[in-house]
Design a protein around this ligand. Structure first.
Ligand code: NAD
Ligand code: TYD
Length: 350
């Protein structure tokens, strides 16, 4: 199998690439990434020299480049994670999200469709990795299922919803063997410190304020990133063409409770008196269009494909904090921007 993974230098993509490279030594794993601010090859330093791994720098928005790449390599499958992924950035610059998330996805679908048309048997799967945010927001009750109607509210979720619709349209129209998963919020190692949890870990470490939007009452359903990567593996290998799976941890927390728990864990890890870190909590202006609650019903995935989350939240969060505290160089390079200069095992001045 020649598997193209897009966005493999990002947070979730790097965990998926690592899992596939290590678990499937007879498959060739190609990681296509533009290396935007969110892409960092240091995330893959442990596997970069494996014989079944190849990195390709490129932009999925460039249709000519993508078509040539497929003609050259004739991939047997695609796992598509490349995206602009941060809601606050989408509010500031929606068009960047349309280019990468919508046009980039359609470019990949077109290239895969052409290859599938030429040789049906050789192209096995187009796996599109999406988010629960396409479903919009919940009130106090209920869960998102695979049949919940799409109702995106941010430019980010609108662009992901659009890309999901295109993937389904290519399955219905061209029979392209596609699957989609919609996952809840991830956390864990290699998470870029603009997102809530790694941002607050970094700020606690540096005694800086912890910005909580609004009253911190918004609810997210947190899943450890390696559990998401395992779910992608299972769905990639076992799901029926045209199917959709929701992935989530049955792990709902208000933002303020997440940050209070994080503060307590880090009081202990940093040998600070209990309650020290909580004093850093600062309530700030709410995000525009801020969805109140996300919560995933992953019964279909659990029953049909026998996946379940492996970690309790406190355990996963403790593991995550330990990783950030033990990987200071990674964090410093990411926060200073030096990671853009990572090249074959070291940071070089360019
Ligand atoms: P990320 O922002 O950490 O990584 C995105 C990667 O895509 C980066 O390596 C970046 O360089 C690359 N990329 C961006 N634009 C590109 C382009 N035009 N061409 C090629 N590469 C490009 O994102 P993430 O959090 O790892 O999310 C990965 C995927 O999972 C996304 O599709 C996202 O929508 C989805 N998702 C994320 C979460 C979450 O909690 N982070 C939850 C559910 C689904
Ligand atoms: P985020 O990590 O950006 O993920 P998403 O918006 O995709 O859910 O945000 C998680 C939650 O935390 C969300 O409700 C917004 C909130 N948040 C803050 O309160 N402060 C922050 O500085 C950030 C980045 C997010």
């Amino acid at each position: 199998m020649k598997v193209l993974i897009t966005g493999g230098a990002g947070f979730i993509g790097s965990h998926v690439v690592r899992l596939f490279v290590n678990k499937y030594p007879n498959s060739q794993i190609y990681n296509l990434d533009k290396l935007t601010y969110a892409g960092n090859l240091a995330n893959l330093s442990d596997i970069e020299n494996k014989p079944n791994y190849t990195f390709i720098k490129g932009d999925i928005v460039d249709a000519g480049f993508i078509n040539k790449l497929f003609e050259e390599h004739k991939f047997n499958a695609v796992i598509h994670l490349a995206a602009e992924s941060h809601v606050d950035r989408s509010i500031a610059d929606p068009l960047a999200f349309v280019f990468t998330n919508v046009i980039g996805t359609v470019n990949l679908l077109n290239a895969a469709k052409e290859q599938f048309k030429k040789d049906n048997a050789s192209f096995k799967r187009f796996y599109h990795v999406s988010t629960d945010e396409v479903y919009g927001t919940l009130g106090d009750m209920g869960l998102f299922t695979e049949t919940t109607a799409y109702d995106p509210h941010s430019p980010y979720s609108a662009s992901k919803a659009s890309s999901d619709h295109f993937v389904r349209a290519y399955f219905d129209t061209y029979k392209l063997p596609a699957v989609i998963s919609n996952c809840s919020n991830n956390y864990g190692p290699y998470h870029f410190p603009e997102k809530l949890i790694p941002l607050c870990i970094n700020n606690i470490k540096n005694n800086k304020p912890l910005p909580i939007y609004g009253k911190g009452e918004n609810v997210r359903d947190w899943l450890f990133v390696e559990d998401h990567a395992r779910a992608i593996d299972v769905i990639f290998h076992k799901a029926q063409d045209g199917s959709t799976y929701n992935i989530g941890g049955h792990n709902e927390w208000t933002n303020i409770d997440v940050i209070r728990l994080l503060c307590r864990i880090m009081d202990k890890k940093l040998n600070r008196a209990e309650g020290t870190n909580e004093k850093l909590i600062t309530f700030v202006k709410d995000r525009a269009g801020h969805d109140l609650r996300y919560a995933i019903d992953s019964t279909k995935l659990q029953n049909e494909l026998e996946w379940k989350p492996s970690l309790q939240f406190e355990e996963g969060l403790t593991k995550t904090v330990e990783w950030y505290l033990n990987n200071e160089e990674w964090l410093n390079n990411v926060t200073s921007g030096a990671y853009a200069n990572y090249y074959e095992g070291q940071y070089v001045k360019r």
